[in-house]
Design a protein around this ligand. Sequence first.
Ligand SMILES: Nc1ncnc2c1ncn2[C@@H]1O[C@H](COP(=O)(O)OP(=O)(O)OP(=O)(O)O)[C@@H](O)[C@H]1O
Ligand SMILES: [Mg+2]
Length: 262
Amino acid sequence: MTAGRDAAPVLSVRGLIKRFGTTTVLDGVDLDVARGEVLVVIGASGSGKTTLLRCVNALVPYDAGSITLEGTEIGYTAPNSGVRRGDRALARLRADIGMVFQMFNLFPHLTARQNVALGLRVTRGMPRREAEARAEHWLARVGLADKMDNLPSALSGGQQQRVGIARAVAMEPKLLLLDEITSALDPELVGEVLDVVRGLARDGMTMLMVTHEMGFARDAGHRVVFMDAGRIAEEGPPREVLGHPRSERLRRFLRRIELRTE
Ligand SMILES: Nc1ncnc2c1ncn2[C@@H]1O[C@H](COP(=O)(O)OP(=O)(O)OP(=O)(O)O)[C@@H](O)[C@H]1O
Ligand SMILES: [Mg+2]
């Protein structure tokens, strides 16, 4: 899988600091994601994983440091730092980054097809027919060719999450952020969603993924980072990080996850 990844990272994070009030939630994060790489982020609750993704997607401003997407600074920093972008510029940047959350956040009154087509129409200004054709293509790719006209309420959790993935990738993002996308699912539905992610990985989608699915991290992740108290505490190939944790904190974290998934 290393072949085909070019040298310049798609995402580059340097010295990222994020505070909420007096609490420092990200305490100097350095991170690169290469083109076509699947980078898995693990860490205890409250270690800053979601906050990291939200900073990358310009959903929350950061206090210091830099985040670049293909060399362009996201630049959504604290107002007094002088590099805050306007809402329009932020919206343009966000359009290049796809994000899938734990909760599916589909519009309940729109069909699967309409949910996927909406972003293409609104953000890309695509005509309805073209947007719906592209929605159909992606819904078929996630195995929902026969569910295009279903409302979310007529889809299983796994199917809803696959619509969420189709919606994100239909925008052809440069980077896909996935935040515990299987955590809200019944165990028997987890596999179908992870299979979709595996397919995207095979096709070369660049992904930054928070997950507690260690089996997936081991066999589909190219690299794993372990976050601890707002810092990257360990980082390396999955087999190394998960198989030979260096710190007691990571060992403890992995033991807890193992107990939970047994
Ligand atoms: N909007 C906010 N205002 C204040 N504090 C926040 C806010 N969002 C997150 N935090 C705090 O930042 C810390 C990191 O939260 P974050 O959601 O990034 O953790 P996480 O690693 O994603 O945890 P989990 O595994 O539970 O999802 C937590 O202590 C949290 O309480
Ligand atoms: Mg989180």
